[in-house]
Design a binder for this molecule. Sequence first.
Ligand SMILES: [Zn+2]
Length: 77
Amino acid sequence: MADSSQVCPLCQVTINSSNGAELEVQFSTGAKGSRTKLWARVCQYAQGRGGCINTNPQLRSEPSASDFYGEPPAFKL
Ligand SMILES: [Zn+2]
């Protein structure tokens, strides 16, 4: 009913769209993020096995460098 949270059976993350697009994904580490970040970090690797709930490109935007693990610093200190 009002509970819009979903758990991706492949990625083991919870997606709750009522938190807003930037914070709807609850990662296992405790951080929240966007579907874009989830896709960049997890789902793009998992989708080949099928069953991932975050494969719809219309629900995420183009990942930026900061959405990936091991991102290079955006600026030099
Ligand atoms: Zn997934």
